[in-house]
Design a protein around this ligand. Structure first.
Ligand SMILES: Cc1cc2nc3c(=O)[nH]c(=O)nc-3n(C[C@H](O)[C@H](O)[C@H](O)COP(=O)(O)OP(=O)(O)OC[C@H]3O[C@@H](n4cnc5c(N)ncnc54)[C@H](O)[C@@H]3O)c2cc1C
Length: 620
C-alpha cells in the first residue's frame, strides 16, 4: 500500500540492489549497522512521517507562523511533533554516539529523511538547521563552546540557524555589512541585520543559537575577511542556565508563497549595542567553516525538492487511476464508448512517466552523492577518500540545482494531471508546488550553483573528478550495449556523454586563454545538460540491474513468451517494479539524452545575444 509520500520499494532498490549499502557496513566506521537495521529504521521513519509529521502539513501551511509583540509563534501542531521527532532520535542520527547521535551513514539517514521532508519539509527545517549549526560547533568549536552550546542543540533543547544573508548581501556574501568589535574579554560585540533567516525565531525551543557571518573591524573586505560567530538569542551562564536577552531582535517574519510553517525572519543584532558573539574557529575563516554546513545543506535542499516531487508523483498516480474522464482515443468514433480513468490517456501516461523517471533520477543522484560522502568518510585510503569526496563535490551543485529545477516541473505536471482540481487547495499538490519553489532559490540560487559547476567543479583536481564520472558512464554504456533491449538507448547515453566531454574540454581550452564568457553565459543550460547525463547514466544502471532480475523471475516462472511476461506484471509486484525501472530509463534516454548533443552544440555556437541586447530592449 502506498504511503502517498515516497516509493519505498524504489528506496530499497537503490540502497540494496543498485548502490549496495551493505558495503558500508564492512567498514570499521559503520560496522555496527546491518541491512536489518536499515529496514527497521525505514519502517520507523515511515511511521514517524505518516503518523506524526504528515498530519501537521496542511495545518502548518494554513495556520503559518505569527509575529506578535516581538515574538514568533509556530503552528501549534508543530510542538508535539517536534518533541516526538527529537525523542525518537531523528535530529542528528549521523553524528557520533559520543555527542548524542547514532553514528549512522549519511545515506541511511537521508533515506529516512526523504520520508520526513515529503511529509512536511518546512517542519523538518527546525531540527535540520539545529543539527547543521551544532555540527559547526562540534567541528570548529572549543571544548567549552561544545559543552555550552552543542550538547543542548543536539538534544533538541535549543534551536539553530544559519545567518549569512543580508539585505545587500544575498548571492554576494562577501558584501556583508555585519560587524564584530573586539571586547576586552575576547568576545565580540555584533552589530548588523540578517534577513531571510529560516527558523530564525520560534517558540519550539527555549534558546536559539545563531552562527553569524560578520567582519571583524579592520579585516579585509570581500569573502577573505569574513569570520563566523556563535550568537545565542539568550546569553548562557557558565553553568548552562540562561542569562537573559542577548540583544537579538526579530524585526519581522516574511509572508511567503510557500513553506508557511517555517519562520523566515529578519534578525537585528546589537540594536542596543549589547549583542555578544563568540568567535567560532579562526579569524577570517568564516566561509570555510560555513561551507561545511552549506555542502550538507545543499544536499538537504535537494532532498526537500525530491520530497515534494515524490509526494506529487504518488498523489498523481493515485488520482489518475481514480479520476474518470473521456472515452479512450481509440474509441473516438464510438458514441457509446465509456469514459475511462485518465491514466488510460496517452498524454497523461506521458506526464506520469516523465515525472516517474525524473523522481527516480533525483532520488538516485541524491542517494549516490550521500553514499560517496559515506565512502569518503569511512575509508583509510587517501586516494579512495579523495576519489569519493571529489565525486560528491562534483555532484553537489547537481543535487541542488538539477534536482530542484526538475522537482518544480514534476510538481507543475502533478497539477496538470489533477486538472482544475490540482489548482485548488483541497488537493495537496497545490501546496507542494508552492513549497517546492524556494528550493531553486535558497542555499545559493540555481544560477549560482551552475556557475559553481562550470567555474570550479569541472576543473577541480585538473578534471580528475569529471574523468571518474566519465569512467563510470563508459562502464554503463559498455554493459548496456551488450543488452539487446538497451542497446539503442546506450547509443543515446554515449552520444550525450561524448557531447558533454567535448563541451567540457572546449570550456577548459577557453579558460586557459582567459575566455570565460562562453561557460559563464551558458552555465545554466550546461547544468541542465550535465544533470541529464548524470541522470541518464544512473537510470540506465538501474535498468540493467532490473533487466537481470526480470530475466531471473521469467525463468523461474517459465514465462517464456511476451504474453506470459506481461501477465506477470499484474500478479507479481516485483515484475511491475523492475519493468517500471526499465521503462523509466528508456523513456528518459529517448526524451532527454537524445537532445543533449544538440544543446551542447547550441552552447558551442556561441550566440551572444544575451549580452548584446541592450537593457532598454528587454521590456517596455
Ligand atoms: C524562504 C527563504 C529562506 C531562506 N533561508 C535562509 C537562511 O536560513 N539563511 C540565510 O543566510 N539565507 C537564507 N535565505 C536567503 C537566500 O539564500 C537568498 O535569498 C539567496 O541566496 C539569493 O539572494 P538574494 O535573495 O539576495 O538574491 P540576489 O543575490 O539579488 O539574486 C537575484 C538574482 O540574480 C542572480 N545573481 C546574483 N548575483 C549573480 C552573479 N554574480 N552571477 C549570476 N547571477 C547572479 C541570482 O542567481 C538570482 O537569479 C532564504 C531565503 C528565502 C526566500
Amino acid at each position: 500500500m502506498t504511503n502517498l509520500l515516497v516509493n519505498m520499494r524504489d528506496q530499497q532498490f537503490l540502497l540494496f540492489e543498485q548502490l549496495g549499502i551493505e558495503k558500508l557496513f564492512a567498514k570499521e566506521k559503520y560496522k555496527d549497522f546491518s541491512k536489518d537495521d536499515v529496514l527497521m529504521l525505514l519502517n520507523e521513519a515511515e511511521k514517524m512521517a505518516v503518523n506524526v509529521i504528515l498530519p501537521t502539513n496542511v495545518i502548518g501551511d494554513r495556520e503559518g507562523c505569527t509575529f506578535k509583540d516581538g515574538k514568533v509563534t509556530v503552528p501549534a501542531v508543530f510542538h508535539d511533533a517536534y518533541q516526538k521527532f527529537v525523542e525518537a532520535g531523528w535530529l542528528c542520527p549521523t553524528r557520533s554516539v559520543d555527542v548524542g547521535g547514532q553514528g549512522m551513514p549519511l545515506l541511511m539517514s537521508n533515506a529516512c529523511s526523504e520520508l520526513f521532508v515529503a511529509a512536511n519539509y518546512p517542519f523538518t527545517m527546525y531540527p535540520g538547521l539545529t543539527n547543521g549549526a551544532a555540527a559547526l560547533i562540534e567541528n570548529f568549536g572549543t571544548e567549552e563552546q561544545k559543552n555550552k552550546y552543542m550538547v543542548k542543540m543536539y538534544a533538541g533543547q535549543w534551536g539553530g540557524t544559519m545567518c549569512l544573508t543580508e539585505p545587500g548581501a544575498g548571492s554576494d556574501v562577501g558584501a556583508l555589512k555585519t560587524t564584530a568589535k573586539r571586547l576586552p574579554d575576547g568576545t565580540f560585540s555584533i552589530t548588523g541585520t540578517k534577513c531571510f533567516i529560516s527558523s530564525g525565531d520560534h517558540d519550539l525551543t527555549e534558546n536559539i543559537i545563531h552562527p553569524v557571518l560578520a567582519r571583524i573591524e579592520g579585516d579585509a573586505p570581500g569573502t577573505a575577511g569574513i569570520s563566523i560567530f556563535i550568537v545565542p538569542k539568550y546569553r548562557v551562564n557558565d553553568d548552562g542556565t540562561l542569562a537573559g536577552s542577548n540583544d537579538v531582535q526579530t524585526g519581522n517574519i516574511e509572508h511567503k508563497m510557500g513553506i508557511h510553517g517555517n519562520a523566515t525572519c529578519t534578525l537585528n543584532f546589537g540594536d542596543n549595542g549589547s549583542c555578544i558573539g563568540e568567535l567560532l574557529g579562526k579569524e577570517c575563516e568564516g566561509l570555510k567553516v560555513m561551507f561545511q554546513l552549506m555542502n550538507e545543506a545543499r544536499i538537504e535542499v535537494g532532498y526537500q525538492a525530491l520530497g515534494t516531487a515524490s509526494a506529487c508523483l504518488e498523489r498523481s498516480v493515485q488520482y489518475a487511476k481514480e479520476r474518470i474522464q473521456s472515452a479512450p482515443v481509440w474509441e473516438m468514433k464510438n458514441p457509446d464508448a465509456k469514459a475511462v480513468s485518465i491514466i488510460q490517456h496517452p498524454d497523461v501516461r506521458r506526464d506520469l512517466l516523465w515525472m516517474k523517471s525524473r523522481v527516480e533520477a533525483m532520488r538516485a543522484i541524491l542517494y549516490y552523492s550521500s553514499y560517496c560522502l559515506d565512502l569518503a568518510e569511512s575509508t583509510e585510503s587517501k586516494p579512495e577518500h579523495e576519489k569519493w569526496k571529489g565525486m560528491a563535490e562534483l555532484l553537489i551543485p547537481v543535487c541542488k540545482a538539477w534536482v530542484s529545477d526538475n522537482a518544480m516541473i514534476v510538481c507543475s505536471k502533478a497539477m496538470d494531471v489533477h486538472g482544475g482540481y490540482g489548482f485548488c487547495a483541497e488537493y495537496p499538490v497545490e501546496q507542494y508546488l508552492r513549497d517546492c519553489k524556494i528550493t531553486t532559490i535558497y542555499e545559493g540560487t540555481n544560477g549560482i550553483q551552475s556557475l559553481d559547476l562550470v567555474g570550479r567543479k569541472l576543473g577541480s583536481k585538473k578534471g580528475a573528478n569529471v574523468m571518474n564520472l566519465v569512467g563510470e558512464i563508459m562502464a554503463t554504456i559498455g554493459k548496456a550495449k551488450a543488452s539487446a533491449s538497451m542497446k539503442a538507448y546506450a547509443a543515446a547515453l554515449e552520444e550525450a556523454c561524448n557531447a558533454i566531454i567535448d563541451l567540457t574540454m572546449t570550456f577548459g581550452q577557453l579558460g586557459k586563454s582567459g575566455g570565460f564568457l562562453l561557460p559563464i553565459l551558458n552555465a545554466s543550460p550546461f547544468m541542465d545538460a550535465f544533470g541529464d547525463l548524470v541522470a541518464g547514466n544512473i537510470l540506465m544502471q538501474a535498468a540493467l540491474i532490473a533487466e537481470e532480475k526480470l530475466t531471473g523471475i521469467y525463468e523461474a516462472k517459465s514465462a517464456d513468451t511476451i504474453g506470459k511476461q506481461r501477465a506477470l506484471v499484474h500478479d507479481n509486484p516485483d515484475v511491475a517494479f523492475y519493468a517500471g525501472k526499465v521503462s523509466s530509463a528508456k523513456f528518459f534516454a529517448n526524451e532527454a539524452l537524445t537532445t543533449v548533443k544538440a544543446r551542447c552544440e547550441a552552447i558551442k555556437f556561441g550566440d551572444k545575444s544575451t549580452l548584446e541586447i541592450a537593457d532598454e530592449s528587454f521590456a517596455s
